[in-house]
Design a protein around this ligand. Structure first.
Ligand code: GLN
Length: 581
């Protein structure tokens, strides 16, 4: 069982309130579910873009003046994805309050430009852990605990928690997986109950399906969609809208057929053809009048006309042919790009603002150790070393950092990438080839990166790192301070190890600058080199707060340095639009 007692209290908990399982506070009416709900289910196959569809629909509603939040219900038994391998699950997305969540929450935050909280990602593991701990406490007075009503009630309680802990008027709830999976049944049953609990004008079911293309006859097929709607109906849910994803244009007859067989209004059958420009999806859905249909069905008042000008410009800029800047990302999960999705997105946002085209060079760190992949490193105009855990491929990343330092190639280190930049510099500056992090060499004579004191006593691995938003004070006159243009920033963290302060002075003497420090002066948050165009590492993860129209200033500064080194022309006068503190 997870030891919740060891998890830090979320920063947003009202002062004086104890952090109780499962954390979310009760400062809004406990029993009310005053919001309107849109439920997203998936049919036919997974990975058809249900998360992006939900995010884009959230944007449609935000553009109409509504406060929205999005929640992901994940059917797996893990309590959170924090302990899952990125190979299986992709990136772990971290929220302000330190929740370790599914990468879809990153889509939601970026698309809608909102900040979500811990209540927005629920897993089967959390639901069962809560019900079982209540049973052990005797809360059920000897009753038999069953999926219906105990598990489904706990799911509904957690759905209700979103509107209680946010200002959301409309909550979008996405169920992971595909209809028909054994794991997702309790979630679907809870959603079914919510229609009778809340009424038709407060709930809307959107089913996202896939239309396979048969090459031999050149047709799109609706049969799998029909079957998956039948499956959904057998659980008692009738979809109000069907979003039919396809790689090929969908003609009117297909839409009519889906409407007829699936008993959905024709205007609520929305064909969505794959687009290479992700940010075009809200525009496509707007054109298909999805926003109007939803506001009509949920009886939402007319607040304001959506204004898509900024998005249209964004999409036009993505489509414009631009000079290319090549960035190497050195990681150990590079085969699965989803493992670094926020880093990739943040780089794309920065590239958009600078008016350049990002070309990613994916470099496997373990290959570098074998002498392979160096041609990509040499082609790169800038190098990013992202976060990571465990010792595989570490020396390859350190070699990449050494190359960046000696060849004066712009370098951005994120969390682990910052720690490795420090290790590399210590090995060189202190002439200590054995300098290391105690994560990789417990007996190193020069532990420049070490376990945080409050981490030494922790034995549970889930949810126990230094997680979430913490302030960072910027030192005037540094690259970091110039990039942010602010004195104090708040950034999201996820780490167990940190810079060992015994090495601050010796490394400073050799040209390392600690440009971001926690306000109590204890923790190094940003390190940079003085004798280098841009070699900077952050203990936090700036990628989680980057937005398409508001790129993160450190990514912009890094990419600008990369453009300058490569002689790639870029928009010179674009100020960094990062305004959040
Ligand atoms: N493994 C390192 C730590 O725990 C870095 C973590 C990360 O990159 N997110 O401190």
């Amino acid at each position: 069982m997870v030891n919740y007692a060891q998890c830090p209290a979320p920063a947003w908990l009202p002062e004086g309130q104890k952090a109780e399982l499962p954390w979310y506070p009760y400062y809004r009416d406990k029993n009310s579910m005053s919001a309107k709900y849109i439920f997203f289910t998936g049919g036919v196959v997974s990975s058809v873009g249900k998360g992006v569809t939900a995010a884009a629909i959230g944007r449609l509603l935000k553009e109409r003046g509504f406060q929205v939040a999005v929640q992901k219900l994940d059917p797996y038994i893990n309590v959170d994805p924090g302990t899952m391998s990125p190979y299986q699950h992709g990136e772990v997305f971290v929220l302000d309050d330190g929740a370790e969540t599914d990468l879809d929450l990153g889509h939601y935050e970026r698309f809608i430009d909102i900040r979500l909280n811990r209540a927005c990602n629920v897993t089967t593991g959390q639901v069962y852990a809560e019900v079982i701990s209540k049973e052990r406490r005797g809360d059920f007075l000897g009753g038999t605990i069953q999926v219906i009503p105990h598990i489904t009630s706990e799911i509904k309680r957690r759905i209700a928690a979103v509107s209680r802990t946010t200002e959301a008027e409309i909550v979008l709830v996405e169920v992971g997986g595909t209809v028909g999976d054994i794991e997702s049944q309790p979630f679907l049953e809870a959603l079914r109950q919510l229609r009778s609990d809340l009424g038709r004008e407060n709930t809307l079911y959107i089913h996202v399906t896939w239309l396979p293309y048969i090459g031999a006859t050149g047709e799109l097929k609706t049969k799998p969609t029909q079957h998956s709607v039948r499956e959904l109906r057998s659980i008692g849910i009738t979809p109000d809208m069907i979003v039919a994803r396809s790689d090929y244009p969908v003609d009117e007859s297909i839409c009519e057929k889906i409407a007829l067989f699936c008993d959905v209004e024709r205007r609520a059958v929305i064909p969505m053809v794959t687009t290479p420009v992700l940010y075009e999806i809200p525009l496509l859905l707007e054109k298909a009048k999805v926003g109007d249909y939803i506001t009509h069905r949920l009886k939402l008042e007319d607040r304001r006309q959506p204004d898509w000008q900024e998005w249209e410009q964004l999409v036009a800029e993505v489509r414009r042919e631009k000079p290319v800047v090549q960035i190497a990302l050195v990681g150990k999960y590079v085969e699965l790009h989803d493992a670094y999705i926020s880093v990739h997105e943040a780089l794309k946002h920065a590239a958009l603002q600078l008016g350049v085209e990002l070309k990613m060079l994916w470099v496997h760190s373990a290959e570098l150790e074998k002498g392979k992949g160096w041609d990509l490193i040499r082609q790169a105009h800038g190098i990013v070393v992202p976060g990571g855990f465990g010792s595989r491929g570490i020396e390859g990343k350190i070699q990449a950092a050494r190359y960046a330092r000696t060849e004066k190639v712009p370098y951005l280190g994120l969390c682990l990438g910052m720690q490795l930049m420090v290790i590399e510099f210590a090995r060189y500056a202190l002439n200590q080839e054995e300098a290391n992090s105690t994560e990789f060499d417990i007996n190193t004579p020069a532990p420049v990166i070490d376990l945080m004191p409050d981490q030494r006593v922790i034995s549970d691995m889930g949810g126990t790192m230094r997680l979430g938003l913490y302030p960072c004070q910027l030192q005037p006159g540094t690259i970091a301070a110039a990039a942010y243009g602010e004195k104090m920033v708040q950034e999201r963290h996820r780490h167990r190890f940190e810079f060992n302060n015994e090495y601050r002075k010796p490394l400073q003497e050799h040209g390392m600058r600690f440009s971001g420090i926690s306000p109590d002066g204890r923790l190094v948050e940003i390190a940079e080199l003085t004798d280098h165009p841009f070699m900077l590492g952050t203990q936090f993860h700036p990628e989680f707060l980057s937005r398409p129209n508001r790129p993160h200033p450190l990514f912009v500064a890094f990419l600008r340095a990369a453009c300058e080194r490569a002689g790639v022309p870029y928009y010179q006068n674009q100020p960094s639009a990062h305004t959040e503190v």
